[in-house]
Design a protein around this ligand. Structure first.
Ligand SMILES: NC(=O)c1ccc[n+]([C@@H]2O[C@H](COP(=O)([O-])OP(=O)(O)OC[C@H]3O[C@@H](n4cnc5c(N)ncnc54)[C@H](OP(=O)(O)O)[C@@H]3O)[C@@H](O)[C@H]2O)c1
Length: 328
């Protein structure tokens, strides 16, 4: 009779034989090499795509927008005038001064500029768009990134709060898009990116206004893609899962006050630098619809579509649990 210990040793020996077999290591290293090479190629492609472009990023003062801005800023070719300065200091001082969108003139001066505007204020959006077009002549890539989140129950939430979230996350970005679109169509060149959310694919309780604004975003930019394909306009919708930014801190609540809490899910979220990098790579690859989330939230999209009853039950029990923790 073979004891449990000796059977375990036997198994361990077999695993070691398998790991150290002459074929496995070379195969493993080749796969890692190919993977690394593919990543490098993706990065080079993205660099080539954005390098000669005028890029506008909204919400560049913080979180994902700031990281995407820094990513683009560091793509300047060696020897360009701004590499002589301390890049980080210059960029930081620009970003700290404005609630803004960041415009990169990668084509000529490689110098970033900022344009201040408020997404909830349509005249300021129109003014920002015409200022951008007057200064740069055209926009190659518009990244609609700015947004706010929300926490609250539907029954307690004031309509003004629903409107503010929709203005910031939906009406504002579509107004900016519409202001810049004719010049893109005229040139038969342009790329419009919408930073949506996994909550643009399915809704999570106590986030009604946010999820609704992101569903609307997804729908609008899907239509835009279809309508402008023959004008050579690229449209990319990116749906990230939780990212470790200040989004939950800046979220608004049912009465319009600031939530001011860094949620555990946000703290445990993806690193914004990595998400920004993936956003730029997706743009470089001209992807149409991208999900940047962990497995569980990504699978939930399929659950919502294929087994909706189960999905609704899970969401209802999540709502019940959250409600209980709030009242206890
Ligand atoms: N963090 C996440 O877990 C997560 C997950 C999925 C999707 N997203 C999406 O990612 C995008 C970026 O969010 P983030 O996580 O980077 O959050 P963040 O750190 O709070 O950044 C939000 C940005 O939007 C700007 N903004 C907010 N309201 C504005 C307004 N009315 N007018 C102009 N700009 C305004 C903010 O500028 P000020 O600071 O000057 O107000 C800030 O630059 C959002 O669209 C968000 O929905 C985030």
């Amino acid at each position: 009779m073979v004891s449990f210990k000796s059977r375990r040793n036997l198994m361990r020996g077999r695993v070691m034989d398998w790991v150290t077999c002459p074929f496995l290591l070379p195969v493993m290293f080749s796969c890692m090499g190919i993977f690394g090479l593919l990543k490098l190629l993706q990065w080079i492609r993205m660099k080539a795509y954005v390098r000669n472009s005028v890029v506008v990023i909204t919400g560049a003062t913080s979180g994902l927008g700031k990281e995407a801005g820094s990513g683009l800023y560091h793509l300047c070719p060696p020897g360009s005038p701004r590499t002589l300065k301390s890049k980080d200091t210059e960029l930081r001082s620009l970003l700290l001064r404005f609630t803004c969108c960041l415009v990169f003139d990668q084509g000529q001066t490689y110098k970033p500029s900022t344009v201040a505007f408020d997404l909830t204020d349509p005249p300021s959006i129109a003014a920002a768009a015409s200022k951008i077009l007057q200064s740069f002549g055209y926009v190659d890539i518009l990244i609609n990134n700015a947004g706010i989140s929300y926490r609250g129950t539907i029954v307690d939430t004031k309509m003004d709060v629903d409107r503010k979230v929709m203005e910031t996350n939906y009406f504002g970005p579509i107004a900016l898009t519409k202001a810049l679109l004719p010049s893109m169509i005229k040139r038969k060149k342009g790329h419009i990116v919408a930073i949506s959310s996994i909550q643009g694919k399915y809704s999570i309780p106590f986030r009604s206004a946010y999820a609704a604004s992101k569903h609307a975003t997804q729908a609008f930019f899907d239509c835009l893609r279809a309508e402008t394909e023959h004008d050579k306009i690229e449209v990319t919708v990116i749906s990230p899962g939780y990212i470790h930014t200040n989004l939950s801190l800046n979220a608004i609540t049912a009465d319009g006050s600031k939530y001011g809490v860094m949620d555990k899910t946000t703290t445990q979220g993806q690193c914004p630098t990595m998400v920004a990098r993936n956003v730029l790579v997706a743009v470089g690859k001209k992807r149409k619809d991208v999900i940047l989330a962990d497995l569980l939230p990504s699978w939930a999209i399929y659950l919502r579509t294929l087994v909706p009853e189960l999905f609704f039950r899970i969401m209802a029990s999540r709502a019940k649990k959250e409600q209980k923790t709030k009242t206890s």
